[in-house]
Ligand binder design. Sequence first.
Ligand code: 5RP
Length: 219
Amino acid sequence: MEASDKKRNAAKAALEFIQPGMILGVGTGSTVDFLIEMLPVIRDKIDRVVSSSKASTKLLEEHGFEVATLNEVGDYDIYVDGADESNKRLQLIKGGGGALTREKILAAAARRFICIVDDSKLVGMLGKFPLPIEVLPMAQEMVSRRLVKMRGQPVWREGFITDNGNHILDVHDLQITNPLEMEARINRIPGVVTVGIFAERTADILLIGEDSGVREMRV
Ligand code: 5RP
């Protein structure tokens, strides 16, 4: 089965978790795009929608949804998003699409976070996927030097500006043996806006699209 079919199946499985009257947070990426395309089917169940990126907002609006702000909805019911990697503890690397800051905020405000992936995303140890870090442009070089001291190889995602007007560093070769500790350590570097390790706020449920169907993992 193609990865795109596995992503579509994982997205479809997430629909089951959306109960009538819920406020839904929507992530960013190709897996979430499948979800957005299916959302009109359960439109009546959804009270309001919040979005993690301009791209997802645009797609939601194209499908007839009015997008609320997080300030309007406060803490809310359920966040559905993809990931670049997940380990068995449902600690994630996110930010391949560059939307990690708003994604982390929406994940933090949600009572439940459902992560939808194809089975290539499940790994033993996080870090094979280059770790995205959103940085203030003026701090990019300083942050890069700090990351090199941590034995990472930061590469500027040239030409890419985040929805917040910042830059992304993709850090190769990091040994993320302790995701919680690494997340906190990188967060402490001045100029870092968000690190793409989601270990403090993990997913609650991982839906993995596989050849045989969709497997569910919980923490
Ligand atoms: C965007 C993300 C995405 O969830 C991640 O990149 C996975 O994307 P896809 O669903 O296209 O595989 O973190 O910032």
